[in-house]
Ligand binder design. Structure first.
Ligand code: FRU
Length: 459
């Protein structure tokens, strides 16, 4: 297996092998622990264990040994699939999916040390013997758990033959014996997408309940947020949308930090087939940590976690642009650092912002941000779901942040959804062109464009 491929600077990726979903996100003793679906021996899905990394800032990660590996004699002999972390009585536990042939059932493990490196499996695994009887369940896996009214609750993701993607709700006093309470939500009941909803993530934010699921329809499609309320044992979505308009972001999971912020990290999908032949040591990366909030319409918004500002090192450019301007800055995807570009309207309002990364020996990348969304194209290839409609929006584009890191590009808009894409992994961009389209209210818009090299301090 080739080991040529450098790891990204701000995005977590395994040293080698395959990675998919983030799991068991938890802040513990001042560090955020990230577990992840991992095949350490090949850059393809299979023989899934839980990898483990931790970080004080969510962008510089330290590797830990594997946290869980399939137990040949256990209910997870065919893989330790996705799950979450909970902390009863000050001792973290993992609630994960044990794969055993066609069975995918909830299992429990308990932390044995303060670095969360050693985990003891509960001898009574699986803790739920099978999907709820009496309905045609087509999938049943992945967990999101919370504590309310002196009880543990969890939803398990999956799908129903006649109602599509579904979340199954359970309650427990001790995490080991669970009572089934019914269907928390199902796709067809609300006209939503998906035969299966994988990787649920349910939490409250402000006055709303948020349920994020990964929509699967004979293959992973996209991560979807729903916001609404819980009535009895049912979740009633009032609004729904895509978490990200690129095609990479999937299976996000979130945690509440000790300061109250809710932060999500998602898997950026990457397959072996699309890697360079000499560059196949690993596949898959995590997104940057995204701080979550709700806008006035109940839509879920993401913005780069403020810890990322601490990754800014050398300033590469700082310039004002009125209408259209070119900013000289060299960004190499192969460089040992990542680049952040921040565009902030400072006089007038921008109805849309267009940024072109002019390449040397590679296709140019164009990023368009309007109140309706983010579109990224590389040459003639559109990398995001849809181009935001043209015209004169009534609202402004807000601030924009772009991160380039070993071909991974993440675009954030303060007023629209984010987009994570993967561009040419060896591209060198030499100029950035920025256009700020003035808002009809304010015929002139001046924006500040700043760029930094990002990474750990040298030395
Ligand atoms: C989502 C998923 C989960 C499952 C895991 C297995 O990407 O299919 O539903 O638990 O991956 O690796």
């Amino acid at each position: 297996m080739s080991s040529a491929r450098p790891r990204p600077t701000l995005h977590f990726a395994p040293r080698q092998g395959w990675m998919n979903d983030p799991n068991g996100l938890i802040q513990w003793n001042g560090r955020v622990h990230l577990f992840y679906q991992h095949n350490p021996s090949a850059p393809v899905w299979g023989n899934i264990a839980w990898g483990h990394a931790s970080s004080a800032d969510m962008w510089s990660w330290e590797d830990h040994p594997l946290a869980l590996e399939p137990d040949p004699a256990g209910p997870d002999r065919d893989g330790c699939f996705s799950g979450c972390a909970v902390v009863p009585y000050g001792r973290p536990r993992l609630l994960y999916t044990g794969a055993n042939g066609a069975h995918e059932l909830p299992c429990l493990a308990e932390a044995e040390d303060r670095h969360l490196e050693r985990w003891a499996r509960y001898e009574g695994n699986p803790v739920i013997a099978g999907p709820p009887p009496g309905q045609e369940v087509v999938a049943f896996r992945d967990h999101s758990a919370w504590w309310a009214d002196s009880m543990w609750y969890q939803v398990i993701g999956g799908g129903l033959q006649d109602r599509g993607g579904a979340l199954f709700l359970y309650r427990s006093a001790d995490l080991t014996s669970w009572q089934y309470l019914g269907i928390f939500a199902a796709a067809a009941d609300h006209g939503l997408d998906g035969k299966i909803w994988e990787c649920p993530d349910v939490f409250s934010l402000g006055n709303s309940v948020v349920a994020v699921v990964s929509v699967h329809d004979d293959g992973p499609l996209y991560a979807m947020w729903m916001t609404g309320e819980v009535v009895g044992h049912q979740f009633i979505p009032r609004a729904a949308g895509r978490c990200d308009s690129g095609s990479r972001y999937y299976a996000p999971q979130s945690l509440t930090l000790t300061d109250g912020r809710r932060v999500a990290i998602g898997w950026l999908q990457e397959s072996l087939a699309e890697l360079d032949a000499d560059d196949r040591s690993r596949a898959g990366a995590m997104s940057l940590p995204r701080e979550l909030s709700l806008d006035e319409n109940g839509a879920l918004r993401s913005w780069p976690a403020r810890e990322l500002d601490g990754a800014r090192r050398k300033m590469l450019a700082a310039q004002l642009v009125e209408g259209r301007g070119t900013v000289d800055v060299t960004i190499s995807a192969r460089a040992a650092h990542a680049t952040e570009i921040a565009i902030t309207p400072i006089r007038g309002e921008a109805a849309d912002i267009v940024m072109r990364l002019i390449g040397r020996g590679c296709a140019n990348v164009e990023v368009r941000v309007s109140p309706d969304g983010v579109a990224v194209s590389e040459g003639s290839r559109l990398l995001t779901a849809a181009v935001p409609p043209a015209g004169a929006p009534q609202r402004q584009a807000g601030q924009v942040r772009v991160y380039c890191d070993q071909g991974i590009m993440e675009v954030y808009s303060s007023l629209a959804g984010p987009a994570a894409v993967i561009c040419d992994r060896s591209a060198v961009y030499v100029d950035i062109e920025v256009e700020v389209g003035p808002h009809f209210n304010a015929p002139v818009c001046v924006a500040s464009v700043k760029a930094w090299a990002c990474g750990r301090p040298q030395g």
